[in-house]
Design a protein around this ligand. Sequence first.
Ligand SMILES: Cc1ncc(C[n+]2csc(CCOP(=O)(O)OP(=O)(O)O)c2C)c(N)n1
Ligand SMILES: [Mg+2]
Length: 606
Amino acid sequence: MEYQEIMTVAEYLWTRCRLLGAPYNSRRLNALPGDFALPLLHGALAAGMDYVKCCNEQEAAAAASGDARWYHYGFVLVTYGVGMKNMIGYLSMDIAEKERTLYVSGAADLDEHGHRGVYNPGQIQLVHHYEQRLKLGEFSNQFKAIAQTGIPAAYICDPLQATEQIDYVLEGMEKFSCPGYLEVTRQATASLIRVPLEKVTSYQHYWHKPDTKNYIREFKEFFQEKIQETAEIINKSQRPIIIIGNAVRRYDLKKYVQIIAERTGAVITSTQLGIGIFSDNDPLYAGVYAGAMSYTEEIRQGVEESDCVLAIGISEREINSGRFTAKIDPKNLISLNPYSIHVKNWRLETSSFWEQTAMVPDTASRIEFFSFLEGLSQGNLARREKREFPTFADFLAKTYPVLDSSQYVEQPLTIDLMINLLNNHFIKPDMRLATDFGDCAMMATRLRKAQGISASSADGHMNTGFGFLFGAQPQKDEKPVRTLMIAGDGAINMNLGGFITMAEREIKGATIIILDDKCYKTLYLLDKEIQNPAVYNLAEIKYEYLTQVTGFGTSFRCKTGGEFREALEKALANPDTNTLIIAELDRNDCSPPLKNLACPVSLSSI
Ligand SMILES: Cc1ncc(C[n+]2csc(CCOP(=O)(O)OP(=O)(O)O)c2C)c(N)n1
Ligand SMILES: [Mg+2]
């Protein structure tokens, strides 16, 4: 190698991260320092990462996870033990949802583990934050635990291996679409190494997505007969209907769904986790099918009485089946997803259970699925007129008509009334919607889908308490995007520090709604057995003072529809500040989807 640079391992790591994230505008390092992490942080600043100082590790992980969703990559750095172990929940969420977040933890040096005890001279002294008395030479309990998850992970203690280990983890994140983990000892962090100039001036992926075109062509030929047979089944059917799931978003398959729907005249519905892929005013989209949790009886009947249900990209989660209430006859089902292809009585498993959940080269293992879908969309589907069916826009207009002020001004605030007022008077086409898990996520299924939704737990991991930064960071972009964030009071309590970080970062233009029902309502309504208030009750907190404490925007506490509408208007009119809206709700009031989840017997309650 002719040209080489000399830099520390930390500088190499963060220079590679900065270059990796550059095409996506991702250079934020969400971090909370500790002495094991400090040398890594200094290296990050030297390498040009933007430091976002978070209030706690959960929030840092949530912010990084949000970055991975909005900007392809997210980065988070914390100290050993107390730091990294505070982030395990978010790491699990990113594994479940295949987000490319790099988790970095500092670590003690190897020789720190070698000190003989003072009070027990026969033993080895424990370094702080290490909870386990380790055998000499065995320093890696945290690393081992995380590596067990199967994500690309490396423990860096030898500077000579550092560049390869770092490159392996960063490439692994891209290749497998998953988080990565690095643990770096203090000494290794600060060690000087020689690195090829090209590695620190540009990022060349050494893993290239396989050229799927060739594979797809081959597989399409292989499948030709089956594709033809499937097209004929659809052509012969009287009432075809499509249901789409979250994989349609993840693998960018909307175009195929659109072609198939336009050709066959089939109505498109989605699962709960597939919302937001088609916008609220798309004439093809009718709303959510999830058994008893479907939006309307028409959708439920449309699917369950259809003689041809085409299900695309749906993961098997109980939330997608409306808590096991969905009823689709396998004989009428054509189901295409990255894990298996099912056409009536014919079935092809395209990957094993472990491949579905663990790390598998993304595209290669799913060639069958892509080629089948592409073949079907280009195949001999008969052209038919669009079937008459109420669209999602019709559903919203009918369920949430514009109200006369006399119908809401004096009314106590309810979730349904909030949905109505947000849909009719607040959500604009260029807004982003970010929600937590709790009734806010259920409520979001009925909100107009501006720029698309990014809920934490998008693929059903359902991690409550994602933190404000998850949704707020896009407002720091050159072209800020206004975000509407909705979270329950339980979620806010989990991550209140995030509010302080937002203030410190001087984020502006956010509208944050706290559903103040003074309880873990989702749990309370779903729990049929215990119903002991001590389990669910939350303290009465005056969240409105948060804006005063932090000097961060304006807050409104709303008890009536009129107060809520007024607060929304103020939020819209003031993009240069933030608006915190505390919605006071009865603990028995909930969104229709949650009501159906709690009591999935009939749709009459909608
Ligand atoms: C990290 C985590 N801990 C616990 C849970 C279990 N959980 C599911 S819903 C919920 C209640 C959330 O309360 P809140 O944010 O007030 O929302 P609400 O249900 O009242 O709308 C909890 C604790 C979870 N999903 N994630
Ligand atoms: Mg609550």
